[in-house]
Design a binder for this molecule. Structure first.
Ligand code: FAD
Length: 456
């Protein structure tokens, strides 16, 4: 029997999918077997998630098919890696039906991305929503419309006030876009609720940092702040959450805001899978070299949000790439090339990419962007923002869906329909990201020893 080298890719996000597609394209079917472990059947285009939450895009339009590819031949295991024995070269996987399977590999590419970073704030994981998964975005949309429906039906002024205030924590691009897009949703929707006083609707955007989106620079950060301020979003900087409850949130400056909607987007940390490896980390991300190899472990690569990849383009040897899709996608291609180089006994190459800048879509004609260091605002910034995301969508079908959604939304607006299909499911931070499913290195070893033992 001919045994081909087995390449196992963990995670089907920007990094994992870019890697798999490149491997499929460059390796002949006889050269290696490619397997992908992923809990979902799509690659999520995360930067457009706030537009799903606000109803500009349908959820399906940013869930890009994994199986639509010209050279598609990867075996997909629907599940999540919960532990890896780097010595034995075995990955332990929990499938979507909760079955535990052990997958042996010769090369492993770790690209499980990140999860929402939380802090030990009383009530946070029980009462806050995240903005990291498709289900969360769809859920938040329904939840916000539900608040309008219930406030409209209520004659209790206190209930109305708490249902019509919304708090977003995190002044990075994810939080800023989320607050901006959802404020547009409630601003437009309230016209269909003649009983509701629009002035009761209040959005808060808070961050412990002194500036919004510092990576945009002072001028653009201020522009974004002005745009949001003009729309009535109250921005509080240098402020965080002291505690969260079901009907109110306490800020660290002492304010108590009655609200049923707390959206937490205060940064990300590497997937818990990284902590199970017992390897060195840099701020929680797996420490790899510039070729994205895990030092001391042949055939182990890591990249994307989960790894601390040196940022060679910065000229500072301690700099690591920020957790962005821009880097993850390009690192995926480079890792594929390095895996292939190893297979073919050729030299690997380091990852070097100069950041192309940032685009921030604030909804409608509002945007700020800094492509290649050029500062743009308004319609030109919006054209660049949407053009960038559109061209980065991987399949033509996804591009067509997104373009059609944008056009339809611009012409006909939103119907603000509350679908309710997720209404009875748990949906807070603790429920969606399944961060408690992982094994410790000792559990992985004990599990593999058990499955190897003859009595089994
Ligand atoms: C709201 C929002 C807006 C953003 N906007 C921008 C932007 O404008 N520009 C930009 O460059 N970046 C943006 N980002 C950041 C960007 O999305 C991430 O940096 C990028 O997705 C990282 O790619 P990745 O492949 O490392 O991880 P991901 O794309 O998150 O993919 C990780 C994949 O691994 C899977 N997975 C997780 N755990 C496991 C496991 N144990 N086993 C198997 N599979 C697993 C996940 O299901 C997922 O499919 C945004 C992020 C958010 C949340």
């Amino acid at each position: 029997m001919v045994t081909r080298p087995r390449i196992l890719v963990v995670g089907a996000g920007f990094a994992g999918v870019a890697c798999v597609r490149r491997l499929e394209r460059k390796l002949s079917p006889g050269e290696a077997d490619i397997t992908l472990v992923t809990p979902s059947a799509y690659q999520l285009y995360l930067p457009l998630l706030p537009q799903v939450a606000s109803g500009v895009l349908t959820p399906q339009s940013i869930a890009v098919s994994l199986r639509r590819s010209e050279k598609y031949r990867t075996r997909i295991i629907p599940g999540g890696a919960i532990g890896v024995d780097l010595k034995a070269k075995v990955c332990v996987i929990r499938t979507i039906t909760d079955k535990i399977v052990d997958e042996s590999y010769d090369y492993i590419v770790l690209a499980p991305g990140s999860v929402t970073r939380t802090f030990d704030i009383p009530g946070l994981t029980d009462h806050a929503f995240g903005m990291k998964t498709l289900a969360e975005a769809a859920y938040i949309r329904d939840h916000v419309i539900t608040q309008l429906d219930l406030a409209d039906a209520s004659d209790d002024p206190a209930e109305r006030a708490s249902r019509l205030q919304f708090v977003v924590v995190g002044g990075g691009y994810a939080g800023t876009e989320t607050a901006a897009c959802l404020q547009r949703l409630t601003h437009s929707a309230v016209k269909r609720y003649p009983r509701l006083d629009p002035s009761l609707i209040k959005w808060h955007l808070i961050d412990i940092a002194p500036k919004l989106m510092p990576e945009l620079g002072d001028k653009l950060g201020r522009s974004a702040q002005e745009i949001l301020g003009r729309r009535g979003i109250e921005i509080s900087l240098g402020v965080s959450i002291e505690k969260a409850g079901p009907e109110e949130v306490t800020f660290t400056d002492g304010r108590v805001v009655p609200t049923r909607t707390l959206i937490w987007t205060a940064g990300v940390v590497a997937s818990p899978l990284i902590g199970t490896l017992g390897a060195e980390t840099v701020r929680g991300r797996l420490a790899v070299d510039a070729k994205m190899n895990l030092p001391g472990h042949d055939g182990v690569f890591a990249l994307g949000d989960a790894a601390a990849v040196p940022d060679r383009a910065k000229g500072d040897e301690n700099a690591i790439c920020p957790p962005t899709a821009q880097h993850a996608m390009r690192q995926g291609k480079r890792v594929a090339d390095n895996v292939i180089a190893t297979l073919r006994n050729q030299p690997q190459r380091p990852y070097v990419h100069k950041d192309l800048g940032l685009v921030v879509d604030l909804g409608g004609k509002d945007a700020v962007s800094k492509p290649l260091g050029i500062e743009l605002r308004g319609v030109p910034a919006q054209i660049v923002a949407r053009g960038y995301h559109w061209s980065a969508l991987r399949t033509n079908v996804a591009k067509t869906r997104v373009l059609t959604n944008w056009t339809l939304n611009a012409i006909a607006g939103d119907d603000f329909v509350r679908t309710g299909f997720q209404a009875r499911r748990p949906a807070k931070l603790k429920d969606f990201e399944h961060t408690n499913r992982y094994m410790t290195p000792e559990q992985v070893r004990a599990h593999l020893a058990r499955t190897d033992s003859p009595e089994q």
